[in-house]
Design a protein around this ligand. Sequence first.
Ligand code: SF4
Length: 410
Amino acid sequence: MDLLDTLTAKGLRGEVPTREEALAVLATTDDELLDVVAAAGKVRRRWFGRRVKLNYLVNLKSGLCPEDCSYCSQRLGSKAEILKYTWLKPDQAADAARAGVAGGAKRVCLVASGRGPTDRDIDRVTDTMAAIKDADPEVEICVCLGLLSDNQAERLKAAGADAYNHNLNTSEGTYGAITSTHTYADRVDTVQKAHGAGLSACSGLIAGMGESDEDLVDVVFALRELGSDSVPVNFLIPFEGTPLAKEWNLTPQRCLRILAMVRFVNPDTEVRIAGGREVHLRTMQPLGLHIANSIFLGDYLTSEGQAGQTDLDMIKDAGFEVEGAGEATLPRHRADIAEAAQAGGGCGTAASACGSGGGCGPCGGHSHAPAQAAADAADAPAAEGSDDELRSDLVKVRRRGAGTELAPNA
Ligand code: SF4
């Protein structure tokens, strides 16, 4: 297939495809799917070998957010019966983080719901990072606290944060349809603030919110342009009690095509399968490992993932290996670009940007705008490959780990 030969050749050289080529990946058929996965797999192995980076989420503050992101179980007015709690104490967060690191996680992602942190919140997170790094100085810490004000990114960097997550989530053109309390430009500004302060930028997307193929391609190219070092790909978890509860329009095949498109546009950038992996890829998860080089271990912010040991078994069974603490995630040339951008106080010029499965994260196209989708989801036709049935049975609210008396899943 000419398209895949072209994309593979470009990916092996670290080149970005054209927008038309990216769209063509999303338009491939199920008969072509294994060829698409194989082509993306060659690019993945060129830059990341068979390593899988494990990341572990700690939800520092859950629920009760004043923002109205329609995909989020923690949003204003959410009726999802999730855990709700205020800031974990540093030792509680450090205990949760330790479990993830013991399970093989290289990076701990500290997430708090809310529009953005106060300066007091930055102090809290500073204390929490100190407690985590006291126990394990090698662990990478990514912080996800929402929109940043001036100087907060610098304070986090000085306190030991390695990365900051803030997802763009969807295209600029449809952003207003999923959230009204902040803008796409606000999100871009925070990614730039984080990157400008010398934090590695983590920014990704959520697929399955009713967006078009063009929207997906737009946001993925925007992430590349912003200079994200890691791109989490969330597949919408349609929580009961949120406006997108009926948006079950992803199939495992669709998810793999989306992952492949993200890989081709970001050949040498960390691509992470984030929230919704178990819910939407289901038994096809191992094929995702041939495309992405990073996953979350165990549970998500407000929903449960498969057992951490099952994640480890899956990686081993599929012939991959967990990336060790001493191994660099990014290829040398990308790490150089990231370091230069951080030293220079600005985003890299390389075609790359940032994301999380965070509070502002883990979440899942057909062709009408998301807000419209939220409004008339009940009447929406079945999307590509949809079996036209609600699969609420697949969404399990998190009842263990941070904020509970039960052991974390790691
Ligand atoms: S995604 Fe973040 S900002 Fe938006 S409602 Fe959820 S916790 Fe709040």
